[in-house]
Ligand binder design. Structure first.
Ligand code: AMP
Ligand code: ZN
Length: 466
């Protein structure tokens, strides 16, 4: 029987059975990074979570039948300000930041999305199915947008469903709006599609003068160009529900005259650090890059996936230490053999198919690992080992050998593996000769190097002490 996947949809506030609009091309769009600074561990959450979903979709529908688009926001006022501050060109800043982002998320075991479009490439792009300028032209022609003082604004009053995703009425929004409303707006909630650029700011020629796009229009244009007018899944952090995703829906549905933009809206919960909101001022701003100096990428990844994506999450060193122990124990089981791959465990898959319940899936991995300890040897053991490896690999875990994992630990880099191996041999020889004083001395020498020995029936293995 085919796997039944259920996903929680923010728009309907319900868990629904996922049925692709086109099973030969399952289409997902996720809002990507604004490239002006190193990505922090909060930014890593949607990247890892939607990578896990991408992997699951590929498993269920076949690799060739899933298209995952994650955009790069490389035009933004924060980018302009940072480039000016650092005295570098905007292009140099965005290229450098994006290259670092790619390195960071690769180290966290994330696959490359099918397409990673840059916003600047879709402002005016005659070879694309749609671009931002054409989308805005359509909105004006259809009566959904108007030009005022060099700006183009979306008229929210023309969108009867405006507020449906975030469940707010226009009146409530208006009452809650603290921002000073620009005098040229017809309605306080009308939002910018296009704005004029001052000298030195990025600018494109348009029917409304030289200027640049607002933030929301980029995702409507790129998803429309690469995935079509309607597609299966749209994702991002919970903070994007309003106004970003609400406005994307208003733009895309009004321009394309469709009843929906995406069939499912998925949002990850927020992450805080050691019980506090992450902020530079609090000194608890953790970049992916800093974490990778202390922890293997898979440890960071497992730690992220041990919490369900919709739950708020507290990022702690204690959690990382636990995740490291869990992975080390699993690597101990699967070892160094590069055996032919097995199949993911059915109960593990069942957990993932229940709204990407990764903590339940991790519990299933513990169950498999536990039953392996019970089996003496033989075919059952091998099958379980393979199931553990294949299941974990589906989540982007246990992708290395045990040795590679140990070596990938940043705190292990100073350990000379050959020296460890020869000391272990010398210790084994001393033990065979019943020279226990010498074998204890070697054990102590290794301990001083930070290496802990484990004697098993198949010989001695080692790991890095914590
Ligand atoms: P930004 O680069 O700020 O546009 O954010 C990129 C992505 O990271 C968006 O999907 C945000 O919702 C998400 N994000 C930012 N901060 C956090 C956080 N603390 N926890 C979870 N997701 C976050
Ligand atoms: Zn977006």
């Amino acid at each position: 029987m085919a796997l039944e996947l259920k996903l929680y949809d923010t728009l309907t506030r319900s868990k629904r059975v996922f049925a692709p609009l086109d099973p030969t091309n399952v289409r997902m769009y996720v809002c990507g990074p604004t490239v002006y600074d190193f990505a922090h561990i909060g930014n890593a959450r949607p990247v890892i979570v939607f990578d896990a979903l991408f992997r699951l979709l590929r498993h269920v529908y076949g690799e060739a039948h899933v298209t995952y688009v994650r955009n790069v926001t490389d035009v933004d006022d924060k980018i302009n300000a940072r480039a000016a501050e650092r005295g570098v060109s905007i292009r140099a800043l965005t290229e450098e930041t994006y290259a670092r982002f790619k390195e960071d998320v690769r180290a966290l075991g994330c696959l490359e999305p099918t397409v990673e479009p840059r916003a600047t490439e879709y402002v005016v792009n005659p070879s694309a199915k749609i671009d931002m300028v054409r989308l805005i032209e359509r909105l004006i022609a259809g009566g959904n947008a108007y030009v005022a003082e060099g700006h183009v604004l979306f008229a929210v009053s023309t969108m009867p469903d405006y507020g449906k995703l975030s469940r707010r009425s226009l009146d409530e929004m208006e009452a809650g709006a603290r921002v000073e409303v620009a005098p040229y707006k017809r309605h306080p909630m009308d939002f910018v599609l296009w704005k004029p650029s001052k000298p030195g700011e990025p600018a494109w020629d348009s029917p409304w003068g030289r200027g640049r796009p607002g933030w929301h229009i980029e995702c409507s244009a790129m998803s429309g160009a690469l995935l079509g007018e309607t597609f299966d899944i749209h994702g991002g952090g919970i903070d994007l529900v309003f106004p970003h995703h609400e406005n994307e829906i208003a733009q895309s549905r009004s321009a394309f005259r469709t009843p929906m933009m995406a069939n499912f809206w998925l949002h990850n919960g927020f992450l805080q650090v050691e019980g506090e909101k992450m902020a530079k001022s609090l000194g608890n701003f953790v970049t992916i890059r800093d974490l990778l100096k202390d922890w293997p990428g898979e440890v960071i990844r497992l730690n992220m996936l041990r919490t369900h994506y919709r739950q708020p999450m507290d990022w702690t060193t204690k959690g990382l230490e636990e995740s490291r122990k869990v992975l080390a124990a699993w690597y101990e089981i699967v070892g160094d053999d590069t055996e032919p791959e097995g199949h993911p465990d059915p109960q593990f898959l069942h957990a993932l198919c229940d709204d990407l319940n990764t903590p339940a899936a991790v519990t299933e991995l513990h169950r498999i690992a536990g039953s392996l300890r019970g089996h003496a040897s033989g075919a059952a053991q091998l099958a379980l080992k393979r199931a553990l490896k294949a299941s974990a690999m589906l989540l982007g875990l246990l992708t290395q050998t045990r040795r590679e994992f140990i070596a990938s630990d940043p705190r292990a880099i100073n350990v000379d593996e050959e020296k460890v191996a020869s000391l272990i041999q010398a210790r084994a020889a001393a033990r065979r000769a019943r020279n226990f004083a010498e074998s204890d001395r070697i054990r102590d020498e290794l301990a001083r190097m930070g290496v802990v020995l484990k004697d098993g029936k198949d010989g001695t293995t080692w790991e890095i002490a914590r």
